[in-house]
Design a protein around this ligand. Structure first.
Ligand code: HEM
Length: 137
């Protein structure tokens, strides 16, 4: 525990729950992309748009809560990873729509998706662990 036991801010509980469906959607998108299955574009698009909306909402509201010490260092690292995730989401969504419309394989899509999948899960898991350790234990 970094700053002693505190009650979870509403926005933290909101994001901790809101991101769980994204894990399911991204996993479906990843596996269905590899296998060329239907609904790939749907779960990929919904997952990315859902994640972007939830994290923008979170970032806007979280700026009004003051953090110090260990929380601040954790927040800076976590926030930097989140920014890289957002960049990759734009790349994957953009190349995904492009290869869907042109019906030509995008090498960038194939290269960027495993990176997005991995870093998204790192940000997700570390956020959930942080939430559990700080607010639930
Ligand atoms: C989290 C989001 C996404 C992930 C993890 C993902 C993952 C993948 C993967 C692993 C492949 C196979 C690449 C290969 O090895 O050739 C693929 C192919 C493809 N993706 Fe995505 N993708 C995502 C989002 C999207 C979106 C938003 C679109 C379009 C709106 C899209 C459209 C396509 C298309 C058209 C293909 C070619 C195969 C097919 O026709 O299904 N993807 N994707």
């Amino acid at each position: 525990m970094l700053d002693g036991m505190t009650a979870a801010p509403f926005i933290s509980t909101f994001i901790a729950i809101a991101l769980i469906p994204v894990a399911v959607l991204f996993t479906h998108a990843y596996l269905s992309g590899k296998r060329n299955l239907p609904f790939h574009k749907v779960t990929g698009t919904v997952g990315i748009l859902w994640d972007l909306s939830a994290s923008f909402f979170y970032m806007i509201l979280r700026t009004s809560t003051v953090v110090t010490g260990g929380m601040l260092i954790y927040g800076a690292v976590h926030g930097t990873i989140a920014a890289v995730v957002i960049l990759f989401e734009f790349i994957v969504l953009g190349t995904g729509i492009l290869q869907w419309r042109t019906r030509k394989k995008s090498r960038l899509h194939a290269k960027a998706t495993p990176i997005l999948y991995l870093i998204w899960f790192i940000a997700f898991i570390s956020g959930e662990v942080f939430y559990i350790v700080n607010y639930l234990l």
